[in-house]
Design a protein around this ligand. Sequence first.
Ligand SMILES: Nc1ncnc2c1ncn2[C@@H]1O[C@H](COP(=O)(O)O)[C@@H](O)[C@H]1OP(=O)(O)O
Ligand SMILES: [Mg+2]
Ligand SMILES: [Mg+2]
Ligand SMILES: [Mg+2]
Length: 299
Amino acid sequence: MSNNSDKVNLGSILSVAIDASQKAGTVIRQVWKSGKLGVEWKGVNDPMTEADVQAQKLIFGLLYKAFGKDLPMVGEEDTDVPETEEIPNLNLLDQLKIPEEYKNVDKKEVCVFVDPLDATREFVDGNLPAVMTLIGISYRGEAIAGVMFQPFVGNDDDSNGTTIYGMLGMGTNVPVKARDEKDFVIATTRSHATEFLEKATQAVKADRVVKVGGAGYKCLLVLRGEIDAYFFPIPGTKKWDTCGPEAIIKSAGGSFTDAHGRSIRYTIDTPKPNTDGLIVTLKGHDDILAKISSVLPKL
Ligand SMILES: Nc1ncnc2c1ncn2[C@@H]1O[C@H](COP(=O)(O)O)[C@@H](O)[C@H]1OP(=O)(O)O
Ligand SMILES: [Mg+2]
Ligand SMILES: [Mg+2]
Ligand SMILES: [Mg+2]
C-alpha cells in the first residue's frame, strides 16, 4: 500500500500516526506487564528500554509502509526498521477537517519526529501516567500536526489510554481549558533539574512548582488547565520531545517557544537539541518571558 508519490496529505500522515501511536502503546504495555524492561543507559539519567526500541520500530514500519521510505523521519532511538505485518490505518482521515493547504504538499518538505516513549525515566521508576508516545509532523520547518498517546492513564490502569491530537487550522480532538486561578502554578522536570533551573524558577515567582516527568505529560497538564506553564528554560529536550506537543498546543491557541520567546524549527537537518529550553502556555506567555529574561544569558 506504500505511496511513492512526491505529494502527500498531512491529514493522511496524522491518521496513520494516531493509529501507530496507539499500537505503540500496546507494545509499551506488553513490555511493562512482562516485567522485563531491558534498561540500557545511553547517558547519565538517560535510559532506554526494550519498549522504546520496539515502539519506534513499529511506528517507523507503519509510516514507511503507508508513505514510502522517502518520507523524511527522525526518531529518538538508533534502530533498524524491519517490515511490519501491521496494516496502517487511514480510516480516521474521513473524520479530520484537514485545511486545504495541507492536503497536497511536497513530501520532501515534510518531516515526522518520533519519540516512541517519552519519559523513559518515569517508566523505569513506575510513574506510568507520565509515559507518552509522541509523533509530530512538520512542514517547511514548522510543527503543524501531532499526536500524544498516553498508554497508562493511571498507575494501576486497564483502560485503552488517552489520545490527544491536533493540527493547525483544525484544532484538537479534546476540549482545552486554560488554567484560570489567581495563584501561578508551573510544572518542571522531576529528574533533570540543574542549579540554573532553580534560579530561573525563583525568577518567575511561582506560587507552586509541580515536579513531574515527561515533555508530553507536562503539555497535557497545560491543556487540561492543571498548570499555567510547562517551564524548562534549560537544554535537555530534543526535537522529538517537542514537535508533536508543540503542534497540539498551537492548535489549541497556545504558545510554545524557547526560553527567549523564539519559535523552534523542525527540519530533517536542524540540530536535534532544544538548546535554549522551553516555555509552554495557553496564556500569560509574555509575562513569563519578561520575568526570566533578567536571568538568561544575553543572546
Ligand atoms: N538531560 C536530558 N537527557 C536526556 N533526555 C532528556 C533530558 N532532559 C529532558 N529529556 C527528555 O525530555 C523529556 C522531558 O524531560 P523531563 O522528564 O526531565 O521533564 C524526558 O522524559 C526525556 O525524554 P525521553 O524520556 O523520551 O528520553
Ligand atoms: Mg530517551
Ligand atoms: Mg522524550
Ligand atoms: Mg523517548
